[in-house]
Each structure stands twice: as C-alpha cells, then as structure tokens.
Design a protein. Structure first.
Lengths: 226, 267
C-alpha cells in the first residue's frame, strides 16, 4: 500500500526533526494561540492600523524559517495550504459582508492570514514529527488516554480506509465505459456507504483481536518510548 | 496420546439471524499437537477458532433473537463447551484462557492496530501485566523470532503483506501461548513468504489449530486433519488418510493435494 500523505518527511534528521516532540508540540500550540490573538493584542498596544500586519508578517517569517530549516520541499507546504484556501476564502469573505465594508476587508484579510500561518505551523509540526512520537508527547503531557487512543486508531486505519477507497475506485474505472456526472455522484454515495459498513465490521474484528490479546477494556500503561 | 490441552464438547453456535455455523463439534487436542481444520468456504472454520478463546459466543449474543428455525432444537445455556487445560471457557476465566490461546486473524490489518509495530507487539505483554521495559524486551525478541528484528519503529502501513502477517504472529507469540489458533496463515502470501511462515510455525512448540484451504501446508505441518462442512465434523483422523480420500474430499468441496496426486501411480 503506497498511501503516505502524512508521514512522508517526518523521519528526517534536521534540527527541527530532532527536537523533542513535547517541546515542538507545546511551542506549536502556544504559537498558534499567539497568532490567533495577534490583532486584538496589537490593538491594545498600538493605534496604528497597519501594526498588526507587521506582527503577522514577523510570525509568518518565523514559520517559514522553521520550515526551511527542516529542509522540506515547498511544494508539500503549498499544496496543503492551497487545498484549504477555498474554505478560508469563504469564511474571510463573510466578514466584510456581515461587519460592513469599512473595516471588514481588513479584518477578513487578517483572518485569512492568521489561518494560513496557523495551518503552516501545524503542517510543519506534523511533517517533522513521526505520528507515534506526537502521541507519546500527548501522553507525557497527560492528555486523557481515550483521546490518544482515538487518535492512534484514526492514524492506523486512515490508511486502510484510503486504500479501500482507492481499490473501489479502480474497480469502478475498470468497468466504466460511458462516464457521466450523475452516475459518478451516485457511485460516490455507494462508496461512502460501503466504506462505512466495512469500517463498522472491521471495528468488530479489531475489537476481537484486541480481546484475543488480553484487552480488558482499559488501556495498559505505556511509559516506554515507542 | 498426550493429555488434552484443549477439549471441545458438543459445541453448537448460530448467528443472531438463526444461521447455524457449528453443530455439535467435539474433539480434543494434545500438548504440542498440530491439527488442520479443512473445509469449504462458510464451513464454520473461522467461527470455530473464535470459540477457542471465548471471543464467541459474545455476551448478549443470544439476547435479541427469536426461535423459529424448523426442526433444529437447541438450548441457550451458559454451560461451557470448550476447556483449555481443563479451564472452562466462560466469562470469569477469559483472561486466563486468552493468555493460553493465541489467535492469529486472517487479515493482518484487523490485528495490527497500533501506530508502530513495536507498540503493537507490546500490546499483549502489557495486557498480561508486564512492566513496559519487560514488555519491550519480549516484543523485541518476538520480532526477532519472526525475522523482523530491526523493524520496530516502522508504522504497519509501510510493511508488505507478508511482513504484516509476521508482525501479527510476533504479537501473538509475545503472549507466550500454549495453543495457537491460526486462521488461514498462508493465504495471500507469496511462495517465499509462505515458506518463511511455515518454517516459523514448524519451530513453535505450541499446539496448533490451523484453519486453511492450503492442503499442502496441512500435509507438511499437521499429522491430523479435521474436515468441517456445514458446521459439522465429517472426518477426524490422520492427515495422510483423509487427504488421500478423494471421494470424501470432493464431496465437501475440496480436492486431493497435488503432491499426493502426483506421487500416486496412474491407475
């Protein structure tokens, strides 16, 4: 199975890669909080309307610096940000429409900028840290075990599901002779339904496999590093 | 014969929709004995394996259904039908039973549910109550035993099917079971992977129940064969004897293994 959209670069050796996962996680979360709060905080200190743009520019530069320090391809970052721009754009567009056009444009643009910077931070974090290390970091920071388990299962079975979807799509292509949009849409509905049923049945088999190895409903304590 | 490590007596099972999967299964397994369970698709092989460590019947299995299946009489009692080392396989004994019986599933993706394979192999030992340092030692040794010693921090989706299958086996071996219940251990493996897997299985001292369509493997690994069809045992005896009985095999959707057919002189 060749799907690898999350962990492709996370096993590098740069300074950013080698940093302790806990440090990266905490720094990233604080940084995101800072970016989100930037316009409000700046407004308290400065009256100049363009001041917050200056701060956002510095923050953006910091992320880009961290990303280039990790030595990852720019295409990787750009593609992920681009994928989210349509949604963010709609959100940003909503602000001048609801808050009036005088200050709205500026606020909308800032929302867009803040979202993009925050996303870039998270992308950098995930792209430079193997997922299992992130989970261990969560654990050491005393995040509830249930949440960690959910994340771990999500990470594990995301690839299986994408793989299944891929196989179904290939099987469909092999027997599609006269493609039509309506047909396509109906099939998508089928796929989602089938995926759901399969995931449901797999969940039962996974649970059986867990019981077979002594699972009794509570997570064993893992204090070792994976 | 060796004293039985596993005893199954009058085991019947039907699914909530009334479909019978097992009817009156009775057999015993001696220490270190290997038995092949053969039979057509839907014969009840996997269902039988799931009973070996009490995954079936699950609690509540019988609570939501009605009885209207013709002349099949059956009772729903909580009496045990399976014993592992004389321990009845019922609710309160399940932890003890499950550490003695290792179950290998057909699809490795069902069994590998941790982000890295080392964590996955550690799952069983941790559940057995080992400290994590000890569990890690056991896991490293188990991975080495299946020839995957240096794979520990790889995520399961980066492994080939054969490798994933071997990680599953390592996860089961890490629990140090005395009985191995294997569901189609060689299906979908390439010849080399199949050979490797069989070589590993052959070296294991545990008793083995192998549900499979791979009759050649049964000939190599098992002295005894149980033929299951429509939930019933139709034959139970020495592997050579049953796997050469063409009439019996064909009647139950199987065929005489090629190696036997080739070694027999033409009539």
């Amino acid at each position: 199975m060749q799907v690898d959209f999350l962990d492709r670069y996370s096993r590098g050796t740069s300074l950013v890669h080698r940093l302790d996962a806990r440090v990266k996680l905490v720094v990233a979360l604080l940084f995101v909080a800072l970016v989100i709060a930037t316009p409000e905080m700046v407004a308290i200190l400065f009256t100049e309307p363009l001041a917050s743009w200056l701060f956002l520019a510095v923050e953006a530069w910091l992320v880009v610096a961290a990303y280039s320090l990790a030595g990852l391809p720019w295409r990787y970052l750009a593609l992920r940000l681009l994928a989210l721009i349509p949604f963010l754009f709609l959100l940003a567009l909503g602000i001048p429409l609801t808050r009036g056009f005088e200050t709205g444009w500026n606020q909308g643009a800032q929302l867009l900028a803040r979202s993009l910077i925050s996303l870039a931070i998270m992308i950098t974090l995930v792209a430079t840290t193997p997922f299992s290390q992130l989970l261990t970091a969560f654990q050491r920071l005393h995040v509830p075990q249930v949440l960690i388990s959910i994340l771990a299962f999500m990470y594990r079975y995301m690839f299986v599901l994408v793989d299944e979807l891929d196989k179904m799509r290939r099987a469909k292509l092999a027997r599609t002779f006269y493609p039509s949009l309506w047909w396509e849409v109906r099939l998508m509905g089928n796929f989602v339904g089938i995926l759901f049923v399969r995931a449901f049945e797999r969940a039962e088999r996974v649970y059986a496999a867990m019981c077979a190895r002594g699972w009794r409903g509570t997570a064993p304590t893992k204090d070792g590093e994976p | 014969m060796n004293p039985p490590v596993l005893e199954v007596r009058e085991l019947s099972f039907h699914y909530p929709d009334g479909r019978f999967a097992l009817r009156g299964i009775t057999f015993q397994l001696g220490t270190g004995e290997s038995v092949g369970i053969v039979g057509p698709n839907g014969a009840g092989k996997s269902t039988l394996l799931l009973h070996m460590n009490g995954i079936l019947p699950s609690r509540g299995q019988y609570e939501h259904h009605h009885h209207h299946f013709g002349d099949d009489t059956h009772s729903h009692t909580t009496e045990p039908h399976v014993w592992v080392e004389a321990i009845p396989v019922v609710g309160p004994n399940l932890p003890q039973v499950r550490r003695r019986v290792g179950l290998l599933f057909q699809d490795p993706d069902d069994q590998l549910f941790c982000p890295t394979i080392l964590e996955d192999v550690m799952f069983g030992p941790l559940n057995l109550g080992h400290r994590s340092a000890v569990a890690r030692d056991i896991a490293v040794r188990s991975l080495a035993a299946v020839g995957l010693g240096d794979y520990d921090d790889r995520p399961p989706h980066h492994l080939s099917f054969g490798e994933r299958k071997r990680v599953c086996l390592a996860g089961v071996l890490a629990c140090d079971p005395m009985i191995l219940a294997l569901d189609e251990p060689t299906s979908n493996l390439d010849p080399r992977g199949r050979r490797q897997f069989m070589a590993i299985l052959r070296e294991l001292p545990a008793a083995k129940i192998i549900a499979t369509h791979d009759l050649e493997m049964v000939l190599e690994l098992c002295h005894r064969v149980i033929l299951l069809d429509e939930g019933r045992i139709h034959a139970d005896g020495p592997a050579r004897e049953i796997l050469t009985n063409e009439k019996l095999l064909v009647e139950h959707g199987l065929e005489v293994p090629l190696s036997i057919r080739l070694s027999k002189p033409a009539p």
